[in-house]
Design a protein around this ligand. Structure first.
Ligand code: PMP
Length: 437
């Protein structure tokens, strides 16, 4: 063990020497993960952790069917996407068939940030306008465009003071901690419509509006019923286009829905998708109508060297095959309900926990010191660190970094859920016992 500790120290020092400090990793003392299997991660000492945070590896870790598909395609052909090959057609057809009618044209890229950036370029080029509307408390990626519409204070404490002039913001319809709560949640829509009308009056013509259909950064808070349909109608009435950022929320993670916008009963003009799409392989897409995609040609041609490469496309198709054949969306619904019920029971028993947000395997649990206005980021950090000792990986999210982000691989089963709930119960009980001393 001593040899391994020294080895781990050396690796941490080498990382600090060569990797930019701004690239954070989970935990002050992170476990050194060597391999994974389904919803478990295993460190160099052979210790297994339950991975409750991985919204990228939806099929779980070490999926042999995916590994086989990559291996076979990599040996056969991998090249840039200007060539003509079957895999790009197959994946694009598959995505188009999953999207609502009319959203039938696909552009493949390598990440969520790229998909969002491309979507922003599309709505600006097609409308001939520059300005874009976004929500506060949102994260959409790291490129200049995607970062411009990212407002989450947890990721960038200066975000609200540093948006470029073409970005306009709507108050996040956070029904737990925001301006309107509980029964007043319906007031967010008239506020948003007033704001859009005021921008109009001020001569701002919006190219479009981007939002996640369920708040990822906020820990899975659902938007008020009818919110997106109402805002999207107002944007479209003024000639703008609506982007649904499905990078985190889609692919069946919600259980009852494949796409997040289905939960809102509304259809966007442009969909961005990534993360789950490649199960960790870099892959993203923009899905839109033929008309919008054709109009984007005013910008010349679009090309991403590795976006939609043969290997990436085979990965994308294999992920969808496995997701469907293993019934993982249904698993997200059934096991997610057990998880949410268990979390609600714990929130009832432990004062440190507030509301449980979300649905399916897209959940967030508030850690609070009293109520919504007392977000407890130190408490959330402490709980996550204590859970690591219990062999469970969870991380905080949100503007206050006080919401436990619970988005495990969609392979998770009852036994793992029960293990997680028992570990969280133990950690909370210990904290209470310590405070009572
Ligand atoms: N949009 C959303 C909603 C996201 O959650 C993320 C990543 N957290 C992104 C975009 C950016 O994706 P990527 O990290 O793949 O660039």
């Amino acid at each position: 063990v001593a040899v391994q500790d020294a080895d781990a120290d050396r690796l941490a020092r080498r990382r600090d020497d060569v990797v930019a400090q701004v690239q954070e990793h989970y935990y002050a003392q992170p476990p050194r993960i060597e391999r994974g299997w389904r919803h478990h991660l295993i460190d160099v000492d052979g210790r297994a952790y339950l991975d409750m945070v991985n919204n990228v590896a939806i099929l779980g870790h070490g999926e042999p069917r995916l590994a086989h598909a990559v291996d076979a395609q990599m040996r056969r052909l991998n090249t840039n996407s200007r060539f003509h090959y079957g895999a790009i057609v197959e994946l694009s057809e598959r995505l188009a068939s999953l999207a609502p009618d009319g959203l039938d044209t696909v552009m493949l890229v390598n990440s969520g940030s790229e998909a969002v950036d491309l979507a922003l370029r599309i709505v600006r080029a097609v409308t001939g306008r520059e300005d874009v509307l976004a929500l506060t408390e949102a994260y959409h990626g790291w490129t200049i465009g995607a970062d411009a519409v990212s407002t989450s204070l947890g990721d960038n404490p200066r975000a609200l003071d540093t948006r470029p002039s073409w970005v306009h913001l709507l108050d996040a319809p956070n029904t737990y901690r925001g301006t309107h709560r509980g029964d007043d949640a319906h007031l967010y829509l008239p506020d948003a419509l007033d704001r859009i009308a005021a921008l109009d009056d001020a001569g701002v013509s919006l190219a479009g509006f981007i939002a996640e259909p369920l708040f990822g950064n906020g820990g899975g808070i659902a938007l008020p019923d009818g919110y997106l349909a109402g805002v999207w109608a107002a944007i479209r009435a003024r000639g703008g286009l609506c982007i649904s950022d499905e990078v985190q929320v889609s692919y069946g993670r919600l259980g009852r829905h494949f796409w997040g916008f289905e939960q809102q009963g509304a259809v966007p003009d442009v969909i961005t998708v990534a993360k789950a799409m490649g199960n960790g392989h870099p892959l993203g897409a923009v899905i839109t109508s033929r008309e919008v995609a054709d109009a984007f040609a005013v910008e010349g041609s679009f090309f991403s060297s590795a976006g939609g490469s043969p290997v990436s496309c085979v990965v994308g198709t294999a992920v969808l095959d496995i997701l469907e054949s293993d019934g993982l969306q249904d698993n997200a619904r059934v096991v997610g309900e057990r998880l949410a019920n268990g979390l609600r029971a714990l929130a009832g028993a432990h004062p440190a926990l507030g509301a449980v947000h979300g649905m399916g395997l897209y959940l967030g649990v508030e850690v609070v010191a009293g109520g919504p206005d007392a977000p407890d980021s130190a408490g959330a950090r402490e709980i996550c660190d204590a859970l690591l000792d219990q062999g469970v990986i969870v991380q905080p999210t949100g503007d206050h970094k006080n919401v436990l982000k619970i988005k495990p691989p969609m392979t998770i089963d009852d036994a793992a859920v029960d293990r997680f709930l028992a570990a969280l119960d133990r950690v909370l009980t210990w904290r209470e016992a310590r405070r009572a001393l």
